[in-house]
Write a protein that binds this ligand. Structure first.
Ligand code: GCO
Ligand code: MG
Length: 408
């Protein structure tokens, strides 16, 4: 059996999904997702210029050897662009393997460890009142876990993931793209003074059962983050995400020494080598890698296994930039992983998205239920894809009030 070639599509409803279709001489094909938010053309180009021509003639069943070929063969190792491209190929190979075996991918990983995977939704508000209304809406839909972000009184502009004004329901990620980044202004002092009470208030309103998560989005210094993680202990968070920028891993040690709030990190990591020390030293509680830019199912499974030895559970990245293909790959990992924690889930299931990627994966009562179809269980409608093109975009940038650049 041989790989005969591949096609890369960039575009989608409101997002630039990078979709790989990998073909074989036996008619079976595999699908993969190489979307790297706001840098989508780069993994797409990497795939079509370098990787797909090199794969022609290889046996697609040898997914481990192909992964090693891509990783070792690149010479320049790691990095999100290359790993997103490898990730798409690896997903497509698992899709092919599942179709050949006539089994859903989770069966090839070791079968089912649970019925469904708990997911968390994103609730946001210009103020605490608006945030509470959104949380209540998700609770009514059956969600057991909600990420909570809200506007900070006196903050010069909207803080991460919150609308500027009440009633503005544009999504912070999908509705503000443009090549010239939007500039946000940030003030850690105001955030640190306000947020612990706001989280305690949410806990008081929604009772002890609801899982509350909060994302700091890399904005605090290690000392600030340690104090914050301690100050939010009464809110009993499910996790506190990305309290500091991820490059300085010793920062996590300072937080650990001062607080018992669970820490989640890793959405910007792209290899086991980015998180092995954090896992082995038990400095985190949840690992947030994505199956796309951490290189596919093959290496992410190894991260999951290492994490399992150190009481670290999974909490894969699931921002709206992930296409239904990588969300499906994660759904298969989630139903298998003995140390599954939670899955971030943003409603992908708009009619336009479902038309482009039809599947039987479904969300019910805050749980993701994996498709029983062979392979990853997602289709890709190429006719439908013709409606879309790449639309350039950029993440916002963040400055302090005096103009100093800060971390988005
Ligand atoms: C999350 C993330 C995202 C990122 C986005 C960047 O927790 O979902 O922080 O919202 O900002 O993926 O491309
Ligand atoms: Mg995040």
């Amino acid at each position: 059996m041989k790989i005969t070639g591949g096609k890369v599509f960039v575009g989608g409803p409101g997002r630039n999904y990078v979709t790989l279709k990998l073909m074989t001489d036996e008619g079976v094909y595999g699908l993969g997702d190489a979307t790297l938010n706001n840098r989508e053309t780069l993994p797409a180009q990497y795939l079509s210029d370098y990787l797909l021509p090199a794969l022609e003639g290889m046996d697609p069943r040898n997914s481990e050897d192909i992964w090693q070929f891509l990783y070792r063969g690149a010479y320049f190792r790691r990095g999100p662009i290359a790993m997103a491209a490898f990730g798409a190929i690896d997903m497509a190979l698992w899709d092919i393997k599942g179709k050949l075996a006539n089994m859903p991918v989770y069966q090839l990983l070791g079968g089912r460890s649970r019925q469904g995977a708990m997911a968390y939704a994103h609730a946001t508000g210009a103020d605490l009142e608006e945030l509470c209304d959104q949380v209540a809406g998700y609770v009514a839909q059956g969600y057991k876990a909600v990420r909570v972000q809200c506007g900070i009184p006196g903050m010069p502009s909207a803080s991460y993931a919150v609308p500027e004004t009440k009633g503005d329901n544009r999504h912070y990620m999908t509705d503000f793209s443009g090549v010239r980044p939007k500039v946000e202004t940030w003030d850690s002092g105001r955030y640190l003074r306000y947020m612990p009470d706001a989280l305690a208030e949410l806990r008081a309103r929604f009772g002890p059962e609801l899982h509350l998560l909060h994302d700091v989005h890399h904005r605090l210094t290690p000392r600030e983050a340690a104090g914050f993680a301690k100050a939010v202990e009464p809110a009993d968070l499910f996790w506190l995400e990305d309290p500091t920028p991820a490059e300085d891993q010793d920062a996590l040690r300072l937080i650990r020494h001062h607080a018992t709030t669970p820490i989640a990190i890793g959405e910007v990591f792209n290899s086991l080598w980015d998180c092995n020390r954090l896992i082995e030293d038990e400095l985190i509680d949840f690992i947030r890698v994505a199956v796309t830019y951490a290189g596919g199912i093959t290496p992410v499974r190894r991260i999951v296994d290492l994490a399992g030895m150190h009481h670290v559970r999974t909490g894969f990245h699931g921002a709206p930039s992930h296409s239904p293909i990588s969300m499906a790959a994660q759904a298969h990992l989630n139903v298998w992983a003995p140390n599954f924690g939670i899955q971030e889930y943003l409603v992908l299931g708009t009619p336009a998205c479902d038309a482009l990627f039809p599947s039987d994966h479904r969300m019910e009562d805050g749980m993701i239920h994996v498709s029983e179809a062979p392979g990853l269980g997602v289709h890709f409608d190429e006719r439908e894809a013709e409606r879309y093109d790449w639309v350039p975009g950029s993440h916002p940038v963040v400055r302090l009030e005096d103009g100093t650049m800060w971390n988005y």
